[in-house]
Design a protein around this ligand. Structure first.
Ligand code: SF4
Length: 431
């Protein structure tokens, strides 16, 4: 399956024994004290919870997520560990408004529905009434009437189905476990009996994939009445994966940039003709059905990540902004679900730049009043002015549109998001 977390690069600066000690040491090192200005939270204090379920039936050759391929899944132990971790870390949600819960993987749909339900019920009981979305990722082979009913009954409002392609040849190259017919039947069943929102994941720019095969995938999407959302990602060859090794040995070729760009153009044209709005680089939604969880990531919200390999972003009133990573190995996580594998402190400047370049990825737009609210005490006024001037320059060049204080990327801006981000990234140089 495909996940936003791939976009949120995270480099641990060390492996520390306990988060509390780490944070205390950080406070000491940074010389922070009460009253020192810090980055503020979003004004609505919105946060999301991400729960990682690492189990997979097989390893896909392009995937570098935290996955655990095994025959026997420790269903109950994993649920117990997640709940233990949540209990020990839930104070990080104090004063926040939890809007979304997202179960990603791995393959959450392989998890025993009764254990899934137990965990979700506990989370829901603890987080208050502000929840607007509960999403889970699913593999087509796991989608049957009984689990669908159980997931909906537990509160799932959105199902994200990892189809990747409907072409037998491409599915084989990707080593996916499902067939074209299984994928199609799963999506149709989910639309009929599943939660309100069904989304499907596709990949383009696959090895040997032709434009005709991509068009046929888009034909399938067009035929799926009731589908609310599509995520379509350009394949990237991640270091350390089987695909990467095959590319290095000259045994695998992927379409060049021009071919991938042509596929992206067709994706945009056809999805828009079907009534989907492109609201992020790789995401398309019917009106009112954008992913709220992923939108939180792009608009400066904190998130609490639970489970194997999960990441968290926290704005702490004493420490400042930090990211935390959980262990990527199931055995290590189960042995001590409360232990972090690494904590990275972000400087105010790093967080500011990251906030800007994530914000320009989505049609939700970058609300500069909100950015000012969060950073006015820690970022120099001249730099805030410079950042705004840069965004206004993007508008003149046709990359963005200004709607009051909100800067919204155009298609051109979304396509050139990485280049625009690079121009924002140098803003802080020399400061
Ligand atoms: S099913 Fe998804 S998470 Fe599991 S190995 Fe394949 S791409 Fe990775």
């Amino acid at each position: 399956m495909l996940h936003l977390k791939g976009l949120l690069g995270f480099a641990c600066v060390g492996v520390w024994p306990a988060l509390e000690e780490t944070l205390a040491a950080e406070v000491e090192k940074q010389g922070r004290s009460e009253g020192r200005p810090l980055v503020r939270r979003r004004s609505d204090s919105a946060v999301g919870i991400y729960v990682h379920v690492p189990f997979c039936a097989r390893q896909c050759p392009y995937c570098d997520f935290a996955v655990d391929v095994r025959r026997t899944i420790p269903h109950r132990e994993y649920a117990d560990a997640l709940l233990e971790e949540f209990e020990s870390r839930k104070s990080a949600l104090d004063g926040r408004s939890v809007r979304t819960i997202y179960f990603g993987g791995g393959t959450p749909s392989m998890w025993e529905p009764s254990e899934f339900r137990r965990v979700l019920q506990r989370l829901r009981a603890s987080v208050g009434d502000d929840l607007v979305e509960i999403c889970m990722e699913a593999n087509p082979v796991d989608i049957r009437r009984d689990p669908l009913d159980a997931w909906v009954d537990a509160g799932v409002t959105r199902l994200s189905i990892g189809c990747q392609s409907f072409q037998p040849r491409v599915l084989k190259i990707l080593n996916r476990i499902h067939t074209r017919d299984q994928a199609l039947a799963a999506v149709e069943l989910a639309i009929e009996h599943g939660p309100e929102v069904v989304s499907l994941d596709l990949i383009f720019g696959n090895p040997e994939q032709t434009m005709q095969e991509w068009e046929r995938d888009l034909d399938v999407v067009e035929g799926l009445q009731g589908l609310k959302h599509v995520s379509a990602y350009n394949l990237t060859i991640e270091p350390g994966t089987a695909f990467s090794r095959r590319v290095d040995r000259g045994r695998l070729s992927v379409p060049d940039e021009d071919r991938c760009f042509d596929m992206l153009e067709r994706l945009i044209e056809r999805c828009e003709a079907m009534g989907f709005e492109r609201y992020e680089v790789s995401n398309f939604a019917r009106p009112g059905f954008r992913s709220r969880h992923n939108t939180l990531y792009w608009t400066g919200a904190e998130y609490l990540g639970l489970g194997v390999g999960a990441h968290s972003l926290c704005i702490d009133s004493e420490v400042g902004v930090y990211r935390r990573a959980n262990p990527r190995q199931t055995a290590k996580y189960l042995a001590d679900p409360e232990a972090a594998d690494g904590v990275e402190h972000l400087s105010e400047m790093e967080h500011f730049i990251e906030r800007l370049f994530l914000g320009i990825r989505t049609r939700e737009g970058l609300d500069f009043d909100e950015v000012r609210h969060q950073f006015v005490e820690v970022i120099d006024e001249d730099l805030l002015r410079k950042a705004r001037a840069e965004l206004e320059g993007f508008c003149v060049q046709g990359f963005m549109e200004a709607r009051g204080a909100v800067f919204v990327p155009t298609h051109k801006g979304l396509n050139l998001g990485d280049s625009l981000a690079e121009r924002l990234a140098v803003l802080g140089d020399g400061v």
